[in-house]
Design a protein around this ligand. Structure first.
Ligand code: IMP
Length: 422
């Protein structure tokens, strides 16, 4: 049963890309199963920063296939640029990149609708990345969408025009926003030629053949559990299922093929965009976390909201995902913090709870466990046992709370700066 999953347990940006890259050579295939170019997976290869938006993070590892699954929404313009950016480091990338025929296409008007509808929401903005993700998934579930496999059909142009007409009518309900449809459409049409050159597959059959051969497959999540359209902080979420269940629907992999679920959480919390964030620090400590952790969006450059690690939220995420292996990232960001807090209860409706309530917006107060920081660098530690006692105590608190061992700890951005428990 060889499909392992890596996904984010918070609000995205947990450092998944680095962990995928670290583990990728144990797998023959790395797949994306949901989301689209709203994601930004940062990898450091030979000290050089690479940000991937749609291409799976196994692309820089020779010999590994990278599958963009049916659950992904794909913008041909972004994908074209991304391919050009990886080719110097991965010259055979095109031979190892495979697209599900059933993946939906983000059209120029999807981005326009995203912009116009966000703009119309005023103070209730979701803080979307404006990559057209929500409108594209709306067309998918509304059964209007165009898929990669449609590119080869004789009626593609006709279907595009029909959908565009619908979009233009839809946009009329919103106040005007600036969007150069003509230019965007021209770039989109041009990028379709590159898309047509990529290898399309029926990923469900292709992956079934691989699993039958006992090849190891890695499914790489985007965003994070609290942005899941069903289990996140709705409506301040993305439009896909970011949790383990999304692997099955986003790749055509049956549930009984899933082996490990590697959940990634930062040693603190961040969130981009609007919506509830119980452990947020709107003070100097929050600013310090942002600076120390370089917490600025890799897709949009926006400053991320920062706060302490939230154990209530983390336990919830471990439950809905069926996490088997927990990985804590960016522990080194806390190296200079004299005091570190962990949220362990919320007050809602006048009562204390250790469960995530229906709406996180009803949380009026949080309770914290306050720990002494370790105040030292971590690079000399080569095993978990060599970590400072204060950090081990913090990890113990996490383990007691989520009832799982911390299997991996990331102590810096580089590929090698990751401790793995035996
Ligand atoms: P959308 O998916 O671009 O519509 O954005 C919906 C919400 O999810 C917004 O709050 C975004 O900031 C957030 N979001 C989307 N993608 C990511 C991501 O990759 N990392 C972190 N937040 C994200």
């Amino acid at each position: 049963m060889p499909v392992d999953v890596i996904l984010g347990l918070q609000w995205g940006d947990e450092g998944k890309g680095k962990v995928v890259d670290f583990l990728a050579n144990q797998y023959s295939v790395v797949c994306r199963f949901q989301g689209g170019p709203n994601a930004g997976h940062t990898l450091y290869i030979d000290g050089v920063k690479h940000v991937l938006h749609t291409i799976p993070s196994g692309i820089f590892r020779p010999g590994i296939f990278n599958v963009i699954g049916n659950g992904v929404v794909l913008d041909p313009v972004t994908l074209k640029k991304e391919i050009q950016s990886v080719l110097p480091k991965a010259p055979d990338a095109l031979d190892r990149l495979l697209l599900s025929r059933k993946a939906h296409l983000i059209l120029p008007a999807h981005r326009w609708i995203d912009l116009a509808s966000e703009n119309a929401k005023g103070k209730d903005k979701i803080g979307s990345t404006l990559r057209g993700i929500g409108p594209c998934y709306m067309d998918k579930t509304g059964r209007n969408g165009l898929r990669v496999g449609d590119l080869d059909h004789a009626d593609f142009d006709q279907r595009y025009k029909k959908l565009k007409t619908k979009h233009l009518q839809f946009i009329r309900q919103f106040p005007d926003v600036e969007f150069n449809m003509e230019a965007e459409e021209a770039a989109w049409m041009e990028s379709l030629d590159s898309l047509r050159k990529l290898r399309q597959i029926d990923a469900e059959y292709w992956l079934a053949e691989r699993t039958a051969l006992s090849e190891n497959i890695l499914a790489e999540g985007a965003q994070g559990t609290m942005l899941d359209v069903d289990f996140g902080t709705y409506p301040f979420v993305t439009s896909s299922n970011t949790i383990t269940a999304g692997v099955c629907t986003g790749l055509g992999v049956p549930p009984n093929q899933i082996r490990k679920v590697i959940g990634i959480a930062k040693a603190y919390c961040t969130r981009v965009g609007s919506g509830p964030f119980p452990s947020e620090l709107k003070d100097e400590t929050g600013d310090r976390l942002r600076q120390a952790g370089s917490e600025f969006g890799s897709t949009t450059g926006r400053p991320r909201r920062c706060g302490w690690l939230d154990l209530v939220q983390l336990r919830y995420a471990c439950i809905v995902n069926g996490v088997t292996d927990l990985c804590i990232t960016k522990a080194d960001v806390l190296n200079d913090f004299e005091l570190i807090s962990l949220v362990d209860a919320y007050q809602t409706g006048g009562e204390w709870t250790t469960e995530v309530p229906y709406s996180m917006e009803t949380i009026s107060e949080v309770r914290t466990v306050n720990l002494k920081g370790w105040m030292s660098p971590l690079e000399s530690a080569t095993r978990m046992e060599e970590l400072p006692a204060e950090l081990r105590l913090m990890l113990g608190n996490i383990e007691d709370s989520v009832k799982l061992p911390v299997s991996m700890l990331s102590t810096g951005p580089g590929r090698e700066e990751l401790l793995v428990r035996n």
